[in-house]
Design a protein around this ligand. Structure first.
Ligand code: SF4
Length: 592
């Protein structure tokens, strides 16, 4: 039962101090949950409230905040996800990341709406968090182990059959700025370096279990929604595509649209893309569905490599983003090689999007004579060696482990480096998909495709990718809806099934709060604004809401596709205005 008889929430926050190895439970006022709706709203609110301006993200002053949403563990489709929030060591700004797999329901069963880690331990620790207690265990023997072994051993040590764990690998321990948090071997809270923050606090793993259950306000209404979504999915072509290919379906789509970033963002089509496609994956390797609990889309594909030197290697993936980053950007036209690199990143605990971008950037640096290394486009073995060097912070990995901005500065290649606010984009080129340009530029966590998944609108004919008129308005509609997905927390791949009416129904069923669509839009605007305020407080300005210079200077696809500074400015002006911010992107105080 939630505090104050609240439905959908526990009304409780667990605050763990790692320095003193102590913890306290605090109440979360109902008003805060009504205002921010949990998940991303609650995580961002707590981040703003608890992290002082100007702190070093890898110091003990930073906080690491975990949140499972009000939808988690209720049986709602696509609800097996947790969010993690912190000041990002990769961008120095607002950091957030989400992961699927089996952890979120167990995180929720501990009985807290949010868990804050603060301070830092003096020796490596693993934590066991349940609805009864928090245990601090020495994890010296796990330090240096990869994520798979760590997960196995830490679960064995806790010995509770239903428990689930999140872990970091060597990259997180070594404070690689784009280290991620992993669970269930292959699921990652991948972006913005949350694994490095966990490493800086010397927390190697956290195990969750418990029996707590937040009361659902209207179980019948929730049941109706689940049933109607099940019916909607029957015979749906989009659902079938996810079930068959997962995100690998995007390899074909993006190459046909000439927006598959290739050879470090110099081309929009990869000539060997068919070798990387979903059809090739299914034809040449053994592929089985591996869905998160309560999911009928089942985008996760457990692949066993069927031939060659990696025969027998088992990986959940590769995701489209990993294929684009290692396949397209590094010109590696072999899925088995990409699966091997995927496996390495998972075990080391590194984000594949940033890793692929950094390696391709290094290939370009070598070509331009800025760096001496035996590495060229297509060299999969060279990539594997460099990934290990990055995780171990040795050789070229010393500078690359700091992220793209420091590496570009040291190598005098700032003009060619592709990133926004220090975070590399995913596999959608904004010279073709101009709305993705707006998405990358305005995203408070750096170039992000998931905040609105606006590529969907541009690729499916909802709006012409080449125009800028009216784009900000449609983009905000997408961003608002998906911000509320992250407030519940739902998988964004359900975006075509859960529209505004279904979202309203879900919030009402879970919490009893009968918000109108405009009221929900206002809450989403408030959440987006919170994340913006975090960045403004850190000194961010309109100048950072931009795209890499090459997007403006280098047309793509034989000169056909480019985005101009004026086009981005036009969309940016509209976006700020519709959000209620001033021309510099500054919100009035009343919005948050
Ligand atoms: S679509 Fe994929 S990521 Fe989303 S809930 Fe299902 S299996 Fe998990």
């Amino acid at each position: 039962m939630g505090g104050y008889g609240m439905k959908g929430f526990f009304g409780k926050l667990l605050r763990i101090n790692l320095t003193t190895r102590s913890y306290i439970v605090e109440e979360i006022p109902e008003e805060i949950l009504k205002t921010y709706l949990g998940g991303k709203g609650l995580g961002s609110y707590l981040l703003l409230e608890n992290v002082r301006t100007g702190i070093d993200p890898l110091s003990e002053d930073n906080k690491l905040i975990f949140v499972a949403g009000p939808a988690t563990g209720t049986g709602m489709w696509g609800s097996s996800r947790y969010g993690v929030y912190s000041k990002s060591p990769q961008t120095g700004l607002y950091g957030e990341s989400y992961s699927g797999g089996k952890v979120a329901p167990l995180m929720r069963k501990t009985g807290y709406d949010a868990i804050i880690l603060e301070g830092a331990a003096d020796v490596p620790l693993s934590l066991e968090i349940s609805d009864c207690k928090v245990e601090f265990r020495n994890a010296n023997h796990l330090w240096g182990k990869d994520t798979f072994e760590t997960e196995d051993r830490v679960l064995e040590e806790v010995g509770v059959p239903e428990a689930q764990a999140i872990v970091i690998g060597p990259a997180g321990e070594n404070l690689v700025r784009f280290a991620c948090i992993e669970n269930n071997y292959w699921r990652s809270a991948g972006r913005t370096g949350m694994g490095a923050v966990m490493g800086s606090k010397k927390v190697k793993a956290i195990v969750f279990h418990g029996q707590a259950q937040a009361e659902v306000a209207d179980p019948e209404l929730l049941k109706d929604l689940i049933k109607s979504l099940t019916a909607k999915a029957k015979g749906n072509v989009g659902v079938k595509a996810y079930q068959t290919y997962g995100t690998t379906q995007m390899v074909k789509t993006m190459n046909c649209a000439e927006t598959f970033p290739t050879k470090y963002w110099s081309k929009g089509i990869y000539e060997n893309w068919k070798e990387l496609s979903g059809d090739t994956l299914l034809a040449e390797h053994e592929v089985k569905p591996n869905a998160c609990p309560t999911c009928f889309l089942a985008c996760g594909k457990l692949t066993t490599v069927s031939k060659g030197i990696y025969s027998g290697l088992k990986v959940e993936g590769p995701e489209y983003e990993t294929i684009y980053a290692f396949g397209g950007l590094c010109c590696i036209g072999d899925l088995a090689e990409i699966l091997h690199l995927n496996d390495l990143c998972d075990r080391l605990g590194m984000d594949t999007i940033t890793a692929g971008n950094l390696v391709a950037f290094t290939m370009e640096a070598v070509l331009r004579g800025k760096v001496e290394a035996n590495l060229s486009y297509g060299d999969a073995l060279g990539v594997a060696d460099l990934l290990v060097d990055i995780a171990k912070v040795r050789g070229l990995g010393v500078i690359l482990s700091q992220g793209i901005k420091p590496a570009a500065k040291v190598w005098d290649l700032e003009d060619i480096a592709i990133h926004v606010k220090g975070l590399e984009p995913s596999g959608y080129d904004p010279r073709v998909l101009k709305g993705m340009g707006l998405a990358y530029a305005t995203s408070t966590r750096g170039a992000c495709h998931l905040r609105a998944t606006f590529y969907k609108a541009e690729l499916s004919g909802m709006i012409d990718p080449a125009i800028t008129q009216g784009k900000a308005e449609m983009f905000i509609d997408f961003e608002n809806r998906l911000t509320l997905f992250n407030a519940q927390i739902l998988c964004v791949f359900y975006r075509d099934m859960i529209l505004w009416p279904e979202l309203r129904q879900l919030v009402k069923a879970l919490t009893g709060w009968d918000y109108t669509q405009p009221e929900l839009e206002e809450i989403a605007n408030r959440i987006v604004t919170l994340t913006k305020v975090f960045n403004l407080r850190e000194g961010a300005t309109r100048e950072q809401d931009t795209l890499p210079k090459r997007m403006f200077r280098e047309p793509l696809n034989e000169g056909r596709d480019v985005i101009t500074v004026e086009e981005l400015d036009f969309m940016l002006d509209e976006y700020y205005k519709l959000r209620g911010w001033d021309s510099q992107g500054r919100p009035p105080v009343i919005l948050y």
